[in-house]
Every structure is written in C-alpha cells, then in structure tokens.
Ligand binder design. Structure first.
Ligand code: NI
Length: 557
C-alpha cells in the first residue's frame, strides 16, 4: 500500500474558505480615533460600502469593503488592517487593491460570458455567484513588530481556492520587513533547508508524500526564493509553506511543514524572540511534521503512462504515481465489452477503433460554465467528441448545456457535487456527493455517469470503494488553471502522446480559446479525438481501478 499525504494545506484552505467572517470585532470595544466610518472615494455606487471598525488588537482597526455587482451574481467582501502608521496602511491598501482589481476583472469576464450564454440560450443562471473574500488576522504583535496574515478565498463558480499571505512590519517606522530581516544573518537559509529536507524526506520514505528525494532537494535548496512563505507563530511552532509543485506532485497542493520554533530560535534576532515569547518561558516543542491518515489508492493502476513522450508537468505528477503503483498489461480478463445501461449516444463514431488507430481523449473538468456553450460550438464545428467531468452545482445552474453535451455525442462523468477533497469525507458523504450529481444528470440524459474524476485527483482506498466507479485520471496536464493563456495551453496539449487522457477545464476562457488550435495540431498528427469509453474499447472500465491513459499506442500516421 502506498501512503500519501493528501494536501494538508488544501484541507486547511478548504476550511478557511468556509470561514467567511472577518476579524472578530468586540462590539463593546472602545472606538478609537479612526473608528468612525469613513467615506470611500468612488463610493457613489450604492452597492459598495466601506467601514472602519475596531478590532480585538490594540491600535489595529478593521477596514472593510463590500461590493455586490451584476444583480448579486458577484460579491467582494474584504477586510484589511488599518493602523497608526500611514506606511503600513498604504501597503495593506495596495495589496488589497490588487486583489480587488483581480476580482473586478474576473467578475466582469464571467458576467460577459454569462450574458453571452443568456443571449444564446435564452436561459438565466439560477445561482451563479463569484465570491472574492479576504480577512486578516494578527499572528503576533508587540510595540516593535506586527505580523499580519491576509486570508483569501476565491470562488468563481464550482471551484475555489484559498491561501494565506503573511506581512511583517516594523511598528515604530512603519517599514515592511522581509523574512531575512527577522534573522541575525543568512545562515537561516541553510538551517531551514536542512530542517525541511529532513522532515520531507521522512514523509517521502514513509510514502506519505507524493515526491522523490531529488525533487525535495531542489525545492528546499538554501535560497531565499525557496523560503519566502514562512509563518512564525506564538504557539512555539513555525510553518514553512511550499508552493504547489515546489517539493511534490500537484495532487499535494501547497505543502506545509510545521516545526518547533526552538529549532531556529538561536538564529532569530532578539526582538523577534521576544515577540514570539521564546525567552519568556520554556516553550514546549511543536508537533513536528503535520500528518494525515489519507492514503493513496491501493488499487492497481491498470494502464501505464508513456512518460517519455509526456509533457514535463504531467510527467512530474505521474512519475510519482508510477513509482508507487504496480502496472499490469492489458490482461485478457479486462477485455470485455462496455456493458449496456450506461450512457451511450448514437452519435459516437462507431467506426473508430482505438486498438487500431491513434486516439486521445480530451476531457474538461469543473463545468459546465458560461464558456461551455461556446466550447460545444467549437467541438461541433470540428466534429470532435470530448468527455466532461461536471459538478452537480454547475449542472443545476446549466442543465440545458449538459443535455446538449449528451445530444451532441459527448460523454459525461461525475466530478462530485461541489468539488470537495473526497479523501477527507466519510463514506456516506462521498456517496452523497456522487448520488446528488448522478440524480440530476440522470434526469437530463436518462442514465447515471459511468465514471468518476475525483476533485484535485485526490483519492484513496476508501474513495475507490465508496464510489463504486472506475476513476479516470489523466496523463497530460497543461496547468490551464494556472496559465490563463490560450497559446501556452495549446502548446502544452498539442504534443500529447497517443493514448493520452488530456486534462483541461471549461471554466477558463483561455482554455476554450485554445481548443481550435489543439484540434488542428493533434488531427494533423493523424490522431483521433474520442470519448474516454471509446479510448479504452473494447476493454471494460472496472470499478475501483484507476485509468491514466490508453496502453496500446499505435504508431502515429
Ligand atoms: Ni476539478
């Protein structure tokens, strides 16, 4: 059995995204000088409100902005600190303004897509809402230093993400400090490197982290850029946070290492030690590495991945997968016809046989969105069949789009109701996530989904068993959620090897815009686009097995 640590950080962030409240405010607290609500520049629009209120922290006030746009379809709710220092306020305002600008441009883009969708289909979306939220916390403060954590969550439909950004200020001068300013000299980088490397290597060797030692070594090399996200705590611990892909596979999300402050206390400047209470009392050691019990799939991964021809990004994920799983060839026992009773559309091209001709499966996750109708137009124009892993929340909003997918020969898979990390859920909730989605889809197309793609690609033995469905993974990941650039996305997909399952998201305009070029390039290599079921035919997809790509790779024509 291979044990994986499924993104503790991600679980934490999902929790954070639920916490919509801002910094707790003591209602009866003394209102300071700045406690009077201030008029906001440009607040002529009634939908925008700004307030300043007291916080539970001395000399820190809460500045809050709420903005509702597009008839309530998009919501911004941010709060940020307001202090006695103009310089601190200016910085906090600037980073918050950048977040607000991102919100406005995202909300405008989604609203435009919605209006286009409405004009095309005559349908109104029931509940589509874009949320951008930010609140802050003070993780440590005294007269000389203050640490702010800005906690952000963004939801642009069925999916969202959340993250924490730390800021440190000299309270006397108002100057922003870098992490290196907290340490006596540069030797902290070597220490952090050694400590985190050791902690992560342990997790790799215990198979709790989807990574290898070279990867960890690169990501923890003693360079400031590798350690730019560190949160020092007053509870005797500190957190080192590594970006997605920095030290492990993407499935892990942001990787966090929690270590005892004592391990670095001797390198901190005296005033920082004082702030964190290190010298005032003997701190109990932290708990060390955060661990979870999430286990990665015990199930056999049936199809090998052609790593040599893969894109670098997907190879990173799949190198890890392949190192932990046993691969079996396409055994005769699997050669069964895909049974009746599952989704079948008369429009599937029966003449295509992927045992003979070169095929790939193009898949789209997280929709349908307001871009999906446009995508369906493109696919229709080019006579391409794809597979959509839809979210129940989105199906509810755009049921007609899902009905159209099916009518036009595309396949529809389950991507859960609202995109949770299933490995954190009890069995009954996993089943509820799938059942609710299936019930809606069955009403539209007359049958349930034949397979599951778990959100974040995160699954374990329990998820496999509870779902009772085959799991469809992917072998090519263009990182289209990160790089919102059609040319980049297209370039990463065009070289997909024969037999690939290609991951993409129909919730990004840039991805949809990339599709015509992708179709032309892959067709130009003599490769056909088919649905996932078609890609594996005549092999039957089995429950509790994980499918990454089609094993037989006929030579390109
Ligand atoms: Ni997803």
């Amino acid at each position: 059995m291979r044990r994986f640590r499924i993104a503790v950080a991600m679980a934490a962030l999902l929790t954070i995204s639920v916490l919509t409240g801002c910094v707790p405010i003591e209602p009866g607290a003394d209102i300071g000088e700045a406690g009077t609500p201030a008029p906001v520049p440009g607040s002529a629009k009634p939908a925008v409100s700004t307030t300043i209120d007291t916080s539970k922290y001395e000399n820190v006030w809460v500045k809050a902005i709420e903005e509702v746009e597009n008839d309530g379809r998009s919501l911004l709710r941010v709060s940020y600190p307001f202090t006695e220092h103009e310089e601190i306020n200016a910085r906090m305002e600037a980073v918050t303004q950048a977040f607000i600008d991102e919100y406005r441009s995202t909300a405008a883009e989604i609203e435009a897509a919605y209006q286009e969708y409405k004009a095309e289909t005559g349908k109104e979306a029931a509940t589509f809402v874009t949320h951008f939220r930010q609140h802050f916390d003070v993780s440590a403060a005294d007269e000389s230093l203050i640490f702010f954590d800005l906690v952000r969550s963004i939801n642009t439909g069925g999916t969202g993400n959340a993250y924490v950004v730390g800021y440190i200020f000299d309270r006397r001068s108002g100057a922003e400090l870098a992490l290196s300013d907290l340490f006596l000299d540069e030797s902290y980088l070597g220490r952090l490197s050694a400590l985190t490397r050791e902690a992560l290597a342990k997790r790799v060797s215990k198979e709790e982290l989807a990574s290898d030692l070279d990867w960890v070594e690169d990501g923890t090399a003693p360079a400031a850029g590798n350690f730019d996200n560190i949160l020092l705590r007053t509870d005797g611990t500190f957190l080192v946070r590594f970006d997605k892909y920095q030290v492990a596979a993407g499935v892990e999300g942001v990787v966090e290492v929690a270590l005892p402050l004592d391990d670095i206390a001797d390198l901190l400047k005296p005033e920082v030690r004082e702030l964190l209470g290190i010298e005032s009392e003997a701190e109990e050691s932290g708990t060390g590495v955060i661990e979870t019990d999430a286990t990665f799939a015990e199930a056999e991964v049936v199809y090998a991945f052609d790593g040599a021809r893969s894109l670098a990004s997907s190879a990173m994920v799949l190198t890890t997968l392949s190192s932990g799983h046993s691969f079996a060839g396409p055994g005769a026992a699997l050669l069964q016809r895909f049974g009746p009773g599952r989704q079948e559309s008369s429009l599937w091209d029966e003449s295509v046989n992927c045992q003979v001709v070169a095929c790939v499966a193009l898949t789209f996750d997280d929709g349908p969105s307001f871009y999906t109708e446009g995508l369906l137009d493109i696919l229709k124009e080019h006579d391409v069949r794809a597979t959509f892993f839809v979210l129940g929340t989105q199906v509810r909003i755009q049921s007609e789009t899902v009905a159209r997918m099916f009518r036009e020969g595309h396949q529809i898979g389950n991507h859960t109701w609202d995109h949770p990390n299933l490995t954190n859920m009890p069995d009954d909730q996993i089943q509820e996530q799938l059942r609710l989605t299936d019930d809606l889809i069955a009403q539209l197309i007359g049958g349930p989904t034949p397979f599951l793609r778990p959100p974040y690609g995160a699954y374990n033995d329990r998820v496999l068993a509870a779902s009772g469905l085959p799991i469809i993974f992917w072998s090519v990941d263009p990182l289209d959620w990160r790089d919102r650039d059609a040319a980049i996305v297209a370039a990463r997909i065009m070289e997909a090897p024969v037999g690939a399952i290609i991951l993409a998201h129909d919730i990004h305009k840039s991805t949809v815009d990339a599709v015509p070029a992708i179709i032309d390039a892959i067709r130009g290599r003599g490769i056909q686009f088919v649905t996932v079921t078609k890609l594996f035919e005549p092999q039957e997809l089995h429950a509790q097995k994980v499918y990454i790509s089609q094993p037989d790779t006929p030579s390109e024509q």
